[in-house]
Design a protein around this ligand. Structure first.
Ligand SMILES: [Zn+2]
Length: 433
């Protein structure tokens, strides 16, 4: 007789495997994936050859990386979907695309019925980590356009027996009303948008902390792992705040658990590596570097050793929740291309965001990067609530100087003048001159 499932785990058989067995399982799945895709996937056949065998981790480390640039180029050369397709087009049932916030053309991504189920199961891990299950009503403050956003989360709610409530096509006040009318117990949205809802609730005199929301699950931005942002969301909603990592191209990669100590990587469905983005060599255990991921369950449009551009630090020490899946310490620390070096100090927008969350009167902000004598400089624009006293900019500048050891000029702008974000917030603006 098998043991009863451990409480609070989605797939106890893999989530509590010892690290060595987990690595063996991954290696077997890598080979199974290659055997499935190479006969007909032109993109990977060209990269890896017809007969690629990966009997060891050394052999795996010899496979080439896949980059976003390659995917963009491939789709431009063979529109509309490129050549990374394992099956005939009629096997695919879902289309999504990247948000294209960097000003470039979005990448289109297709799923088969099987890979869409796989996404939903990955979300089973995310929900279970956040303690979401039968009886929960999950509200999605999301626009449900072509960007993947929370589409897979919406699909995945049923894998844990929860109800999915779509909040597309609504203004913030309508979403707030729908959430309350339906007694939603869980909210899924970006961390920025959660704060936007909190702002709206305050304006309307709604006490969110007294609502039935008990957990919030966030993606799209690193905020939910930034202590200051998390504390502000938890306080506003009277709920526990959980982080989730994922990408259109890869799928749902990670989740935070009840311990709220980092983001567990779903290692039963992915192989993860951390490399130095300059030398492309693996970083020492626990060192900071770029996350590289191989998905094991999305054969229709797979990715092998995909460079995510996310900077992380991986911790594979045991977690108090009982899972053996490694964790991203502090979630995603930043984007490799968002880091700004100012007078020798590495600055990530998330560090500034975390710090600004300690100032509840700041409702939005912008980080401007410009160059002076070929050196990067920063300026911080603060959009504060009406009636805020004028000393705020000086107090923020002082706090930045204390924490980041960097003097950054801060300036108040008229209340409500900076853009608000629903999806991925772009608060770092680079200016010439
Ligand atoms: Zn844990």
């Amino acid at each position: 007789m098998s043991a009863p499932p451990a409480a609070g785990l989605f797939d106890p058989a893999t989530e509590t495997l010892d690290r060595r067995s987990l690595r063996d399982l991954q290696l077997r799945r890598v080979q199974a994936l290659l055997d499935e895709i190479l006969p007909c996937n032109a993109f990977y056949r060209q990269k890896l050859g017809d007969h690629c065998h990966v009997p060891s981790w050394d052999a795996f480390a010899g496979l080439p990386f896949t980059t976003k640039h390659e995917l963009v180029e491939d789709q431009a050369l063979t529109p509309p979907y490129g050549t990374n397709l394992t099956y005939p087009r009629d096997r695919y049932v879902k289309l999504h695309q990247t948000s294209g916030t960097t000003g470039k053309a979005p990448i289109r991504w297709l799923d088969t019925a099987e890979s869409w189920d796989w996404w939903a199961r990955c979300w089973g891990h995310v929900y279970t980590g956040a303690g979401v299950g039968p009886g929960d009503r999950v509200f999605f403050a999301f626009s449900f356009g072509p960007f993947i956003g929370f589409w897979a989360a919406y699909e995945g709610a049923r894998t844990v027996g929860a109800m999915a409530i779509p909040g597309g096509g609504m203004q913030t006040d309508q979403r707030l009303r729908s959430m309350l009318d339906n007694d939603a117990s869980v909210l899924c949205c970006t961390p920025t948008y959660a704060l936007r809802i909190a702002e709206e609730a305050e304006r309307l005199g709604v006490d969110l902390a007294a609502s039935s929301i008990r957990a919030t699950v966030h993606a799209g931005e690193p905020g939910a792992s930034v202590p200051g942002v998390r504390a502000r969301i938890e306080q506003a909603f009277g709920a526990r705040c959980f982080d989730h990592t994922g990408m259109t191209e890869l799928g749902a990669t990670g989740f935070s658990c009840q311990a709220q100590a980092g983001v567990h990587l779903i290692e039963s469905e992915f192989v993860f590596e951390v490399i130095d983005p300059q030398t492309l060599q693996p970083v020492a255990d626990g060192g900071q570097g770029e996350l590289v991921a191989t998905n094991l369950g999305r054969a229709g449009m797979p990715l092998i050793r995909y460079r995510t551009g996310d900077l992380v630090r991986v911790d594979d020490s045991p977690c108090s929740c009982g899972r053996t899946f490694a964790r991203l310490a502090g979630g995603i620390l930043g984007r490799a291309d968002d880091m700004v070096v100012v007078r020798g100090v590495n600055v990530f927008p998330s560090a500034i965001e975390g710090l600004l969350c300690e100032f509840p009167e700041v409702s939005e902000f912008r980080i401007e990067v410009f160059s002076r004598r070929s050196m990067a400089e920063l300026k911080l624009l603060l959009d504060a609530q009406p009636g805020t006293e004028s000393g705020l900019a000086e107090r923020v500048a002082e706090r930045v100087s204390d924490r980041l050891l960097l003097r950054v000029p801060c300036e108040l702008v008229p209340a409500g003048s900076l853009p608000r974000f629903e999806l991925k917030a772009r608060r770092l603006i680079r200016r010439d001159g």
